[in-house]
Design a protein around this ligand. Structure first.
Ligand SMILES: Nc1ncnc2c1ncn2[C@@H]1O[C@H](COP(=O)(O)OP(=O)(O)OP(=O)(O)O)[C@@H](O)[C@H]1O
Ligand SMILES: [Mg+2]
Length: 624
């Protein structure tokens, strides 16, 4: 579960943020310690302590950033006050100079003008430094929290999002969160303080002019932004949505460029993206009109302040209530004060867009995690890791079961093939076993312990998967392997490659392990990609391995050879081989056939035995 603070900041509840997941990069080490339940408990206690220390650290961090933001607001107010003071003292100095006093009398005021001029630049610089520093730190912390929450959702919880849109939410929309401070809150705070000082000074010199200045500043600081916001609210929201849409469509266009060109659909696809771009552009232009309306109201208020100052100050000079030398001060100070607040209307206009961005980020992070982690996870049992599934019912949406009432056992060291037509739920079953997806009924046990009582990271330190379309990173062969075990020695890397029957090929490459594989492993053949993924799984040394359609894109003969190689590479471990190809006799110990999410057949029957108190479907002998 995730909660959202009043600022739209998202706080994942029950999680301790970045790195809380106790999974260590070196899974085999972890299992070694996990084999001793007592030790595992200590580990989980330590991870809890680390998580709470991290939470405390983050609290302090937040305090420190808030302090920096207050400092930035004060510096900004002082810089703005210097702007107003510069114009006011300059006006006084020019008027006084016109009276030709002895030049010594002008020395001190000239120094004050200089101080305001220099102070304005220095304070503005310091304000930008403090404000950006704090905002970027907050942003960094928030981005880490966002990725942390995403890690809990992936992969099952993110299926509804298009990847481009998700990227826009996590990059541009999160970036927008910093703008709330830099473009809205800090400028408003600084302008409010400087404007109050200008009204006070003008009011003391000429109360009428002070009143007019106060009133016009309220119009410029509040009414103009309100008008700009009211006129642009819809457009700004629309713009945030269209930006996500445009990013998603562009990414899709780039990803599918080859297919689109091959089918002659590139022109249409490009036109659709251009149309989205044009709509986003139009929304930005309409928003620009609203910005213009706000600026016009601001300009009118500035003019009114000048006229009002003249209206009150000139009679005051005539009556002797105001020294003639101060007339320029009273008339010009409103100009400077209005200049300070003139930037607020465009800033306020950003508010709906920033709110929409915050809502889009929150929408991702508020999603319930596809797996409910236990409040106090049980310790991971030691080997052997027998896998047992009884009455399992699971699906992607509530009430829509994809797997129905599944029963089977996969004792440690056994090899089970799970076959069935496309869409029968084979991958869904793999995701349930890997704790990426929860189940609504039934019981799954790993090493005799209920899967639901274990932390999903702990489950995934025992069960590894070689996916249907395993992701290969655009990096070197070595970096792709080291994902599984960063501390692996060269011998370990070579041994994993050898077992995956890839070593001869790697040795024949001029750069060997340092060869880059291209985006999504584009420079590898389908079989090499799959073997690389398997070598990664072998290196991680999982006792239970799920091979999900390992030979998906290969021809019959290569697929059979690869499958045989894969099975011999993982010999001795518990293997679940998911495939919709025929499985040769002798390759596996048991074959389970899924159809429409139900267990349609099992072979041999000896693998299925009734359990106390629960009726089981009669096993059907699979003839192949
Ligand atoms: N991310 C998802 N969100 C919602 N439904 C999904 C998702 N992934 C799969 N499904 C649905 O679950 C059902 C089973 O899909 P699954 O991927 O498990 O089939 P499969 O047996 O692995 O098929 P294939 O042999 O084609 O890989 C399908 O009806 C599918 O539409
Ligand atoms: Mg599948």
């Amino acid at each position: 579960m995730t909660t959202i603070t009043d600022h739209g900041d998202v706080e994942p509840a029950g999680t301790a943020g970045p790195g809380e997941s106790p999974e260590s990069a070196d899974n085999s080490k972890k299992r070694a310690s996990a084999a001793d339940p007592g030790e595992c408990r200590v580990n989980s206690d330590n991870s809890k302590k680390r998580a709470s220390a991290r939470r405390r650290g983050r609290g302090l961090e937040g305090e420190r950033e808030r302090g920096r933001l207050v400092l930035a607001a004060v510096l900004g107010a002082l810089a703005a006050a210097c702007s107003v003071g510069l114009l006011a003292t300059s006006a006084w100095l020019i008027s006084r100079s016109a009276q030709r006093p002895p030049v010594l009398y002008l020395m001190a005021p000239a120094a004050v003008v200089q101080a305001f001029g220099l102070g304005r630049a220095a304070l503005r610089y310091a304000e930008r430094l403090a404000g950006h520093d704090a905002a970027l730190r907050l942003l960094a912390a928030r981005r880490v929290r966002a990725y942390d929450a995403l890690a809990r959702l992936a992969p099952a919880g993110l299926a509804d999002y298009r990847s481009g849109d998700l990227i826009a939410r996590l990059v541009a929309d999160i970036d927008s969160l910093a703008d709330r401070w830099l473009r809205v809150r800090l400028p408003f705070a600084a302008a409010a303080l400087a404007a109050a000082a200008a009204v006070a000074v003008t009011g003391v010199l000429c109360p009428g002019a002070g009143l007019v200045l106060g009133a016009t500043l309220v119009v410029s600081a509040l009414a103009a932004p309100a008008i700009a916001v009211a006129l642009s609210r819809r457009e700004e929201r629309e713009f945030a949505r269209l930006r996500g849409d445009l990013a998603a469509a562009t990414l899709e266009l780039l990803d599918g460029a080859a297919e689109l060109a091959a089918f002659g659909a590139d022109g249409r696809a490009l036109a659709a993206v251009q149309e989205k771009g044009a709509r986003a552009g139009k929304a930005a232009i309409r928003s620009g009109y609203a910005r213009g309306a706000g600026a016009a109201v601001s300009a009118l208020a500035t003019g009114a302040a000048l006229c009002g100052a003249l209206l009150f100050a000139v009679p005051a000079v005539r009556d002797g209530r105001l020294a003639a030398v101060l007339l320029a001060v009273v008339v010009l100070t409103p100009l400077a004060a209005h200049e300070v607040v003139a930037g607020l209307a465009p800033a306020a206009q950003e508010i709906p867009r920033l709110r929409a961005a915050a809502a889009r980020v929150a929408d991702v992070l508020r999603r319930p995690a596809p797996v409910d982690e236990p409040a106090t996870p049980a310790s991971l049992p030691g080997p052997p890791y027998d896998l047992s599934v009884s009455g399992l019912t699971a699906g992607w949406a509530p009430g829509q079961a994809v797997l129905r009432d599944l029963w089977f056992d996969a004792p440690a060291g056994s090899r089970t093939a799970i076959v069935g037509p496309s869409g029968s739920g084979k991958t869904t079953l793999a995701l349930v076993l890997l704790r990426f997806l929860d189940y609504s009924a039934g019981l799954v046990t790993l090493g005799g312990r209920d899967l639901r009582t274990l932390h999903s990271d702990a489950v995934r330190s025992v069960i590894g998967v070689c996916e249907q379309d395993a992701h290969v990173f655009d990096s070197t062969l070595e970096a792709n392997l080291r994902l599984a075990k960063p501390s692996a020695t060269l011998d370990e890397l070579r041994s994993a490659l050898s077992r995956a029957r890839l070593l001869d090929w790697v040795d024949s490459l001029p750069l060997g392990l340092a060869t880059t594989v291209g985006e999504h492993g584009a420079r590898l053949s389908g079989g090499q990609r799959q073997r690389l993924a398997l070598a990664r799984v072998l290196l991680a040394d999982f006792p239970v391995v799920i091979l999900d359609e390992p030979a998906e894109h290969l021809d019959e003969a290569t697929a059979a050879a690869l499958t045989r190689d894969l099975l011999s590479a993982v010999a001795g471990r518990t293997v679940l081989l998911i495939t919709h190809r025929p499985v040769a006799r002798g390759m596996v110990d048991h074959v389970l056939r899924l159809d429409g999410g139900r267990l349609a057949a099992a072979h041999p029957a000896r693998n299925l035995f009734p359990r106390e108190g629960k009726a089981r479907p009669a096993p059907v002998l699979l003839t192949r």
